[in-house]
Structure formats: structure tokens, C-alpha cells
Design a protein around this ligand. Structure first.
Ligand SMILES: *Cc1c(COP(=O)(O)O)cnc(C)c1O
Length: 435
């Protein structure tokens, strides 16, 4: 059985169920496994003959052994990953890993659906009910809502800033019903986050509800993101070239998960941390100085507008808190909105392929890395969202109408159901007390 410490305390030693249901240790650090299981050459050599869910089960079972049976874990995985994650070839050295085929059409479905299945499993052993509070600026809320929809014993309450999410995103947040409730907050994303934080500290609410967090730093969202790196790697390893992954990054959960796959034995040449002008990590790699950006800069790759990446301590811990080790494994690059738009157009003209702004940033990172390093590598950039979620940017940039997948266009006809509240804590508290 693998135990978990905090990045701020090497002796915490909690089991995986506690780490997942608590989400965050009391010392405000991040949960980290005491050791990362290494899978042997048998697994890596034969992974190309395995399905996504088979790979997922082999990679996750060592973490859950002693806590969830392999049969139950297999069921959770089969339910969570009932969609594809194809790797698309653009040319002999350039591939795109599409991670947007889940229900919310962004890669956050991988983490949210797996976490929901695991939490529901732990709760099913008792009559315990939990209430999950999520503040969202757009993508996370949709993935979490879809992930937890219909799970017994779990109530989800989503808070989003009124008028500050796209129409499609709003419909993803407000049309499910059932165990998902949505609050439209007259305020900013920061207000939503503050309300959630205050709720966790309020003793009346703690008495009434069993509050939990589905925040991106939950270890149950990180582990499943390692699966698609291994799956993609297994499909490309036969080509026999060193593989480089370029990851469009905000809170750095996605990149941390890639490093976890590497530590489990995946032979990766290099990772690229690609960001927008919220360039905290690329700058840290260059100068060794960590300067958070507050408030974060607004860009067209808005899911990466993060000025103080929450998973950064994990990224460091995964490299023994050694900056030289970090530098030798990860190259960092950042790009502004104009470069991002030019890249979207370039990918469209050169490869007849349409990408969202986040994905374009990953492409740019890969291109810059290849320009600076002559090695004959195979580059994979991760596509984190479907371009149709960002129509307002994609259509004017490419100067033509793009097709909207049915899954998204259907949403536009559904009726929005949300309760409007002010950004005062009392109006949120009253809502929760009556719930
Ligand atoms: C959340 C998100 C990211 C950033 O991922 P991190 O794990 O926070 O680095 C990138 N692209 C899209 C579309 C996202 O929704």
C-alpha cells in the first residue's frame, strides 16, 4: 500500500482514501505519494497491445492496492473512460494528442470522471453523504458537473461568475439538474473562490454539510492524467525516436501527471512547459526565481491564466526539489496572444487542422524546442480542449465558420437553471443552510 505525505510534511503518512476525500492536507501543502510505483519492462514493452483502460488499470492499481480491489477499480475505469483519446499525425515528426473527446470536450474530463468514480466508491461503503463545492472560471465546472452527475450520496454545487463564461460553458454548467446545482454569482471568479474558501471555514456549514473539494490539486485528478501519456507513448514507441511532450499549462497538473508517468518508467526524452504570458514557470526555469503574477493576466488561452500555479510545489517535489534536475527534464517557453493566433492560422494552413488557443500554445512550445535542438525527436503536443468551445477566438482568427459538434450545439437549446446570488458570504451561506 502506498501512503501519502504533504509537500510540507514528510511524516504525514495518510492512506489514499484520506488523501482523496480530504483533498488538501491541513498544513496547506499538497498530497504526494511517499514513493511512485515503477512498472517493469514487461508492462512498457507490451503496452502497445493494450487498450486505454487496460493501461489505466495497470498504472493505477499500485496506488490503490489494499484500498480498492482490482475488479472494482477496473469498473470505475471502464465507466470513467468511455471515450477515445487519439493521437493524430500531422507529419513524420509532429503529432497531436487529442484529449477533448469526453463529455465536456476538455481534458479535465479525465481527472473529474475518475475522481468522481473513486469518491462514489469510497462513499458507498457507508451512508455518508458529501457536498462538493466548486468555483469555476469555465472548464473545470463543466467537467466536474458531468463527472459527478447521477452519483448517489454526492451533491455538487457549482459557483460561476455571471457574464464571465462563454455561452457554451454556461450551458454546460447549468443544464444538468439532478444532483448538480448551480449558483450564478454577481461577481468575479475570485469572489466565487473566496465564497468556497469561507464556506470550508464556517462552523455552521460544517455542522450541516460534509463539505469536500473537487479542486484540481486532488491527487485523484492527477493520477488519471498520467494514463494518456502512457497510452500515446505506447502508440508511438514503435517508430523508435525519442519522444517529447509539449503541455499547455496553467496550474501544472497536466504536466505533473506526465512526470508521474515518466517516473513510473515511461521512457520520455523531454517535456515542454508551454504557457501564455502568465510565464511564472518558464521564467523560473530560466532564472531560478519564482515570481507569481497577481492578478493573473487575461489572455485568449484563458484556462491557463494562472499567476501562481497550484501544482508547482508538486512539480518541484517530483524533481527532488532540485532545479538542475527540473531544467534537464523540462524546457519552458511562453507566448503572447498574437503568436497564439498566428499559430492557430499556421496549423490550419499547413496541416488543415483546427486547434483551440491552448493547443496552439503547446504547438508553439514544441516548435521552439525543435528549432533550438537538432535531435531527431518525435514531438507530441497535447490538445486540451475542442476548438468549438472557443468559437469567438477561433472563427475570426481562421476567418471562416467552424462546425460545432452536436454534443455542444444540442446544449444551446437546453434551458439554463441557475440561482443568482450576490458575492456576499451571507447570501451563499443562507442558500447552503436551506439546502
Ligand atoms: C485547465 C486547462 C489547461 C491547463 O491545465 P493545467 O493542468 O492547469 O496546467 C489547459 N488547457 C485547457 C483547455 C484547460 O481547460
Amino acid at each position: 500500500m502506498i501512503y501519502f505525505n504533504s509537500t510540507k510534511n514528510n511524516h504525514l503518512h495518510v492512506n489514499i482514501e484520506t488523501a482523496i476525500l480530504k483533498g488538501l492536507p491541513d498544513d496547506n501543502g499538497l498530497y504526494m505519494p511517499e514513493s511512485i510505483p515503477v512498472l517493469g519492462p514487461d508492462f512498457w514493452n507490451n503496452a502497445d497491445g493494450m487498450t486505454f483502460t487496460e493501461i489505466a488499470l495497470e498504472m493505477s492499481f499500485p496506488f490503490f492496492e489494499g484500498s480498492i480491489s482490482k475488479t472494482d477499480l477496473g469498473k470505475i475505469i471502464n465507466h470513467a473512460f468511455d471515450f477515445e483519446s487519439p493521437t493524430i499525425k500531422l507529419n513524420d515528426n509532429l503529432y497531436c494528442l487529442e484529449l477533448f473527446h469526453g463529455p465536456s470536450m476538455a481534458f479535465k474530463d479525465f481527472g473529474a470522471r475518475f475522481m468522481a468514480g473513486i469518491m462514489a466508491h469510497y462513499l458507498s461503503k457507508s451512508d455518508k453523504k458529501i457536498t462538493i463545492l466548486v468555483a469555476t472560471s469555465g472548464d473545470t465546472g463543466g467537467a466536474v458537473a458531468q463527472g459527478f452527475f447521477g452519483h448517489k450520496n454526492i451533491e455538487v454545487i457549482i459557483l460561476y461568475p455571471s457574464g464571465k463564461v462563454s455561452e457554451i460553458q454556461e450551458k454546460q454548467l447549468t443544464t444538468l439538474g439532478g444532483n448538480i446545482s448551480t449558483l450564478e454569482v454577481r461577481g468575479t471568479f475570485d469572489d466565487c473562490q473566496r465564497l468556497v474558501k469561507s464556506a470550508f471555514l464556517d462552523s455552521d456549514l460544517k455542522q450541516k454539510h460534509n463539505l469536500a473539494s473537487a479542486n484540481s490539486i486532488n491527487i485523484a485528478r492527477l493520477i488519471p492524467q498520467s494514463f494518456y501519456y502512457a497510452y500515446c507513448w505506447s502508440r508511438l514507441k514503435g517508430i523508435g525516436k525519442p519522444i517529447v511532450f509539449s503541455v499547455p499549462s496553467g496550474n501544472f497538473g497536466n504536466l505533473s501527471a506526465g512526470i508521474i508517468a515518466q517516473r513510473m518508467g515511461m521512457p520520455t526524452h523531454k517535456f515542454i512547459a508551454a504557457t501564455n504570458i502568465n510565464k511564472v514557470v518558464p521564467e523560473f526555469l530560466k532564472t531560478g526565481v519564482y515570481n507569481s503574477i497577481s492578478p493573473s493576466e487575461t489572455t485568449i488561452s484563458n484556462a491557463m491564466d494562472v499567476g501562481n500555479p497550484s501544482n508547482f510545489p508538486r512539480l518541484l517535489a517530483l524533481h527532488e526539489n532540485n532545479i538542475e534536475l527540473l531544467r534537464s527534464n523540462i524546457s519552458g517557453f511562453w507566448f503572447d496572444d498574437n503568436q497564439t493566433r498566428e499559430a492557430m492560422l499556421e496549423i490550419y494552413n499547413k496541416y488543415d487542422y483546427t486547434v483551440c488557443p491552448h493547443t496552439a500554445v503547446a504547438y508553439l512550445g514544441l516548435k521552439e524546442y525543435i528549432n533550438k535542438n537538432e535531435a531527431d525527436t518525435l514531438g507530441v503536443f497535447l490538445s486540451t480542449a475542442h476548438y468549438a468551445k472557443f468559437l469567438d477566438e477561433v472563427q475570426p482568427t481562421l476567418n471562416h465558420k467552424v462546425e460545432i459538434p452536436e454534443r455542444l450545439s444540442e446544449l444551446l437549446n437546453l434551458e439554463k437553471k441557475a440561482v443568482g446570488i450576490s458575492s456576499e458570504f451571507n447570501s451563499f451561506k443562507n442558500y447552503l443552510l436551506k439546502k
